[in-house]
Design a protein. Structure first.
Length: 431
């Protein structure tokens, strides 16, 4: 019941937290089958939230066992379909508790439920796949040993974020081809350990084919600079917020692959060219994105901003207690980068639910239908203020571009065109 209640509210929160959510190839998830969804793990818990909100099936999640220490947390997590999995970090004496978790998974899969497993086993915010642990394969074959052939499918889902720690970034989820456990039965009978390794490698391959993968951390900066140029050339439309367009993900995957295959000399040359361009942009106090949006600085948009200021002001300050406190907690109480955005989202969602419950119950008793109107106004004015603020920032940045000396602007644009052409020709990316 709690899961079903929280799910639509969380979906609204995610549509506000992210500027865009791309969720592609969802049709690859088999209908009516017992499923294990295998996902990579760049944030603490945002990716499971997105899965729960934007897939039409109920999910059960294996999460780190130390979150279940306190009884009230344990009860709430269980109501949200979360099941503890204990690691060595939680203490060797805790590992025996995993037997109960495995039994839960076996029965859930036998009953054609869907279990979400994060097989990397560790959260690190980086654009590369970490080693895949064998626990997923052991759970899959453990279900087979206990209940026989139940036509279990393992579905790899690549999770990607443009900037996972930032509000209003972009999430990109891509579903891979399902792996049918039945195809491994004969191998498993002959050599269980080797088959577990083979299945684990297959899951790894399935994830690698659907993520932006930069194997060498030294390549991160160069790849991110090129990603920035690509994104600014293809700005997202506001609607629909949840999209099945795969263009951005394909572009970033191609760039990551190309950068990884460059020679060291090529990487050095590209870095020098791109750094000189961004240095010139920064020196002239403009932004790369604004060079593409310079046309929005006009009298019509000036008028729109003036007319929209009052609803923006009302929406911003009426919602400030929620998002302001969420930002404060994330900034001051959370040290680990991977938890900053998830904690901000969780605090904002929790406060929003409490406010909604108050307005729908106590507020309705005190003020009648006015409380419902207040709730709707808070949401829509808050949403408007967010769009307004983003547009204002683009307008202000476009104004800075329009005030540049004409010769300087031409020089910057020429430099950018050269880099974009290099990317298009060498990386075969449509920039």
């Amino acid at each position: 019941m709690i899961y079903s209640f929280v799910r639509p509210i969380a979906a609204l929160a995610l549509k506000i937290f992210f500027r865009k959510i791309y969720f592609t190839n969802r049709n690859r998830i088999p209908d009516g089958k017992p499923l294990i969804l295998a996902i990579n793990h760049p944030t603490a818990f945002i990716e499971p939230c997105i899965l729960a909100c934007f897939l039409p099936i109920k999910l059960y999640f294996l999460v780190r066992g130390d979150l279940f220490k306190k009884a009230h947390f344990r009860k709430m997590l269980n109501l949200l379909h979360m099941v503890p999995i204990f690691r060595k970090q939680e203490g060797l004496d805790q590992l025996s508790k995993n037997d109960e978790t495995f039994d839960f998974c076996y029965k859930a899969l036998k009953d054609h439920k869907t279990v979400v497993i994060l097989p990397e086993g560790k959260t690190i915010q980086e654009k590369r796949l970490r080693p895949i642990r064998k626990g997923l394969a052991r759970i899959a074959f453990g279900t087979y040993e206990k209940y026989g052939d139940i036509d279990l499918h393992i579905v790899p889902i690549g999770v990607n974020f443009t900037e996972a720690d930032k509000f209003r970034s972009v999430a990109m989820f891509d579903v891979g081809e399902s792996i049918r456990l039945k195809d491994y039965y004969d191998q498993y009978q002959e050599n269980p350990q080797r088959t577990i390794r083979n299945l684990t490698n297959k899951v790894k391959e399935g994830l690698e084919n659907h993520i932006v993968n930069i194997p060498n951390p030294k390549d991160d900066e160069l790849a991110e600079d090129i990603f920035t140029l690509l994104r600014n050339n293809h700005p997202e439309k506001i609607f629909p917020i949840v999209s099945e367009d795969r263009q951005l993900l394909e572009g970033e995957m191609d760039i990551a692959n190309y950068v990884s295959q460059m020679s060291e000399d090529e990487k050095s040359d590209w870095s020098d060219i791109i750094k000189r361009y961004f240095s010139k942009v920064e020196t002239n106090k403009v932004k790369d994105q604004a060079l593409q949006d310079a046309g929005i600085y006009n009298w019509k948009n000036t008028l729109l901003l003036v007319l929209g200021f009052v609803p923006y002001f009302l929406g911003y300050w009426s919602n400030y207690p929620i998002f302001g406190y969420a930002k404060y907690v994330s900034k001051t109480k959370v040290k680990q980068l991977e938890f900053k955005a998830p904690v901000a989202l969780a605090v904002g969602l929790g406060l929003s639910i409490l406010l909604m419950l108050f307005l729908v119950s106590g507020g309705f008793y005190l003020w009648g239908w006015w409380s419902i109107l207040a709730l709707l106004s808070l949401f829509y004015l808050g949403r408007f203020s967010l769009v307004y603020l983003e547009f204002w920032n683009k307008y202000r940045d476009a104004k800075a571009v329009n005030k540049l000396d004409e010769l300087v602007l031409k020089e910057i644009n020429n430099d950018r065109e050269i880099i974009v052409k290099m990317i298009s020709e060498m990386a075969l990316v449509s920039v």
